[in-house]
Design a binder for this molecule. Structure first.
Ligand code: ATP
Ligand code: MG
Length: 575
């Protein structure tokens, strides 16, 4: 794991582990698991859980399993399994040979269900899903007992065997735990533990037509793997009594379930159910669209595992639900790339500038620093010639008061090159649009400094027209226009808040020639513009970049207004 300067994390979960180790609970072992359901790609919320489970295992010299919670054959796909494996690895974690699936345990789970029936603790119910819901009661009213609740053990064993043998259609019968229809906790009102589903499973094929429910499968899977601390998100708190009930009734090894608050991030959604809709309804190009909060999307966008892990450490772990500002995620990647990304010059919206007093046939190479944060990254040579491109936005014919960049008659510095002065503007006769600038340069300012120490107020990036390479650049904004995309009017759904301007494709960019052959995934700082990552669809002769994040540090501003909550989060780290 990469070391960073942050203090070792401390939170209520690590406190529980410290205490368990002190008292010898679980024989001094720490064994966690990350249990994704393979019904979608992993997102940044999952990264929080991954960093927590695998992180704790490393810190406490324990183990962490990767386990697919694959009990729902209708929503699961091999593509998801493969992406999850790739993403957890990419984040920098390893499960050695401990890759498991709940479906590995279907046989055992079936036997445990039979055992519950034998104990008089489970029964086959003929109520439909709707009827079960009606009988369940509400938060204020107790439920009603199913008319099938008091079947004999023999009858239940026979019926359950026939459910398994495929004699009944989907939805006609369920196996339910016999607990308490008057329980204050609705999860304890005779929950369904098996249902009939004549569906092919990606691993077990058609061997089964009954499938265990999550609550039953999860605790037993944890127990079989001898997990010590089963860490999950807060919505499972009300399920904990059921987790405990199954293991206690079956007298099985009993891990401890601990709940923490899930990550919510502003301007995006973190629910696979919603993310799958963005994909299937075409709001994005796929699960790895760089606007998606998925690990695959963030990777394509240019996020590094290091930045994601730092983000997860920064947000900490608590019981209380909160919304984290997406600017904190952006801050994390900016901080990482500032250290590791090579600087280059690229012009997104080119404006031609001709240096009138520079010889037409001449060209020269100027030395440029690759990363001022890391002298070890060295220097490179950047070609300069008579015709250049500068950023369209770096020139104003009629500059406003605070505008210090190029304007008629004004002198500015070209980064690593010379001082230039704008002496003429060529415009389109019809539209009045500025087509070209005429400039002069001062040969004495080579390298970017003037011997007479005269000051210029701006330094511009540029490329040499004859040497630059064409490139397409994709600029991304937040995927949603509202901090909480679920805030919608009437019966509209969250997609009503999708940002129509979340993607701008800029096709006529020009980048310095050192970027020829830049390989997919490599990340650069385009000077003054931001960090950009080479897209996997890039090819020789058609360079394609994704903007990871701009240089502007929005977080610095936000931090001021957020000082209090940030303090609370920082307190979760040991000083
Ligand atoms: P989703 O709502 O996106 O479908 P899920 O909880 O159904 O998420 P799982 O595949 O079951 O997805 O999740 C695997 C693990 O990741 C679980 O332990 C779950 O609690 C955790 N997890 C999921 N979403 C988040 C989140 N936003 N923040 C933290 N942990 C999460
Ligand atoms: Mg789930």
């Amino acid at each position: 794991m990469t070391k960073n300067s942050m203090p070792k994390p401390s939170d209520f979960i690590r406190d529980i582990l410290d205490e368990d180790l002190r008292t010898g609970n679980y024989g001094g072992r720490v064994h966690t698991r990350f249990p994704p359901e393979p019904n979608g790609y992993l997102h940044i919320g999952h990264a929080k859980s991954i960093c927590l489970n695998f992180g704790i295992a490393t810190e406490f010299k324990g183990l962490c399993n990767l386990r697919f919670d694959d009990t729902n054959p209708t929503k699961e796909e091999v593509e998801y399994v493969e992406s999850i494996i790739e993403d957890v690895r990419w984040l920098g974690f390893d499960w050695d040979e401990r890759l498991y699936c709940a479906s590995d345990y279907f046989g055992k789970l079936y036997e445990y269900a039979v055992e519950l029936i034998r104990m008089g603790k489970a029964y086959v119910c003929d109520l439909s899903a709707d009827e079960i819901r009606q009988y369940r009661g509400t938060l204020t009213e107790p439920g009603m007992e199913s008319p099938y609740r008091n079947r004999s053990v023999e009858e239940n064993l026979d019926l359950f065997g026939r459910m398994r043998a495929g004699e009944y259609p989907d939805g006609s019968h369920t196996l339910r735990a016999k607990i308490d229809m008057a329980s204050g906790n609705i999860n304890m009102r005779d929950p369904v533990i098996y249902r009939i589903l004549h569906a092919e499973h990606h691993r077990t094929g058609n061997r089964w037509c009954i499938y265990p429910m999550y609550d039953f499968a999860h605790c037993i899977s944890d127990s079989i793997e001898r997990i010590t601390h089963s860490i999950c998100t807060i919505e499972f708190e009300d399920h904990r009594p059921l987790y405990d009930w199954f293991l206690d009734e079956l007298k099985l090894y009993h891990p401890q379930q601990i709940e923490f608050a899930r990550l919510n991030l502003s301007y995006t959604v973190l629910s696979k159910r919603k993310l799958v809709q963005l994909v299937s309804r075409g709001f994005v190009s796929g699960w790895d669209d760089p606007r998606m909060p998925t690990i695959a999307g963030l990777r394509r966008r240019g996020y590094t595992p290091h930045a994601i892990r730092n983000f997860c450490e920064r947000i900490g772990v608590a019981k209380r639900d909160s919304m984290v500002d997406i600017a904190l995620l952006e801050y994390s990647i900016r901080e990482d790339l500032n250290k590791r990304a090579a600087r280059v010059m690229a012009v997104l919206y080119p404006l031609k500038a001709v240096i009138l007093n520079y010889p037409e046939t001449q060209a020269e190479e100027l030395e440029a620093i690759n990363n001022p944060e890391d002298p070890g990254m060295g220097t490179r040579r950047v070609p300069f010639s008579r015709v250049l491109y500068i950023e369209r936005d770096d020139f104003r014919e009629d500059p406003p008061k605070e505008y210090f960049r190029l304007a008629p008659g004004r002198e500015v510095r070209l980064r690593y090159a010379y001082y230039i002065t704008c002496v003429g503007v060529v415009k389109d006769d019809k539209t009045g649009e500025v087509m070209e600038l005429h400039c002069t340069y001062d040969p004495a300012t080579r390298g970017g400094d003037s011997p007479d120490r005269r000051k210029v107020k701006a330094t511009l990036h540029w490329v040499s027209a004859a040497h630059a390479l064409p490139a397409e650049v994709r600029l991304y904004e937040h995927l949603f226009v509202k901090a909480d995309p679920n805030e919608v009017e009437g019966d509209r759904d969250f997609t009503a808040n999708v940002n129509p301007k979340s993607l701008e494709i800029v096709t006529s960019c020009r980048v310095e020639p050192s970027l020829a052959g830049a390989s997919p995934g490599s990340i650069y700082q385009f000077e003054r513009l931001g960090y950009f990552c080479v897209d996997p669809d890039t090819s020789k002769g058609s360079l394609l970049f994704n903007r990871t994040v701009t240089l502007r540090d929005a977080w610095a501003k936000i931090e001021k207004t957020l000082k209090k909550p940030m303090k609370v989060q920082n307190n979760q780290h040991r000083e």
